[in-house]
Design a protein. Structure first.
Length: 292
């Protein structure tokens, strides 16, 4: 893919000051999504292809960002290396569905692959050996997954009922999967489609979005499923929560009148502010680890 680093200056809002975090996100321009990096008071375009790039995950050292490329006929997992400013195809075969996370030692990817089930399952993919280890095993869809900070568990959304006349998406709940014995623990029991869970940096909290109708809200709970709290409680669509590395904020995608922007909200829900706003659809923010 012909990829170049392009410096752009875009409109944004963060209390009228430069952004204190570096944020990778997908932005819809030129009729497809590309990956961008918001840093300070500027924005870098990391990809400029005609394919759609989406589903972003950082390497824990912040030196690479991984993402899914929706090529035809097959999807691919790519990485962008900030030291060399180059893009690499990590995995590109007929089984690829999407990237979910990167292990704390930078050696393993958490992926959705369709090798043993057409709808896709979660796998650990060793970057050195190319070995794939299956993590999930169910008949319905997983929607988003993240590794725990200690690398011993995966938090994911698993569909628990199929779409029907009352719910176009069906029902999905948040689960923990142990990587030691593959045991599965259900954390939520909420009507609607609950998805895209993410651990706080200390592993004590989990954020996710819950959709009981056309709009979704951002929720936070303890890692054992207790203490559930709706942070947004509004009539606009709020999705894709991701923690800042210091745990002070949760980034999320806020959509109003078909335009999406990136907002921050505090884990208590008491403070919220825009971070990236533009005339384009700006979505799925992932915060660069260890950078302020």
């Amino acid at each position: 893919m012909n990829t170049r680093l392009l410096l752009l200056f875009l409109a944004f809002g963060f209390a009228c000051s430069p952004r204190p975090y570096e944020i990778a996100y997908a932005s819809y321009r030129d009729r497809n999504y590309d990956i961008f990096l918001a840093t300070g008071d500027s924005t870098l375009a990391l990809t400029t292809s005609t394919a759609t790039e989406y589903n972003i995950s950082w390497a824990p050292d912040g030196q690479k960002v991984y993402y899914t490329v929706y090529n035809q006929p097959n999807r691919q997992i790519h990485s962008y290396d900030f030291a060399t400013k180059t893009e690499t195809v990590v995995l590109g075969d007929s089984t690829v569905r999407s990237i979910a996370d990167v292990s704390s030692d930078n050696q393993t990817l958490l992926l959705a692959l369709a090798g043993e089930h057409p709808k896709g399952e979660l796998y650990l993919y060793n970057l050195a050996t190319k070995a794939k280890t299956r993590v999930s095993n169910n008949e319905w869809v997983e929607s988003g997954a993240k590794l725990s900070p200690d690398g011993k568990q995966v938090v994911t959304s698993i569909q628990t009922s199929l779409p029907d006349s009352s719910s176009q998406a069906g029902n999905a709940e948040i689960f923990l999967i142990s990587l030691t014995d593959q045991s599965v623990t259900q954390l939520t029991d909420i009507k609607g489609f609950n998805a895209l869970p993410s651990f706080s940096p200390d592993g004590k909290k989990i954020a996710f979005h819950g959709c009981s109708g056309p709009n979704c809200d951002i929720y936070v709970m303890n890692a054992d499923g207790s203490g559930l709290r709706n942070l947004t409680e509004n009539t606009v669509d709020s999705r894709w929560p991701r923690w800042t590395p210091d745990g002070k904020w949760i980034a999320y995608t806020r959509t109003v009148d078909s335009n999406s922007d990136i907002y921050f909200i505090s884990p208590t829900g008491t403070k919220s502010k825009p971070v990236i706003t533009s005339p384009h659809r700006d979505e799925i923010a992932e915060i660069r680890p260890g950078r302020r």
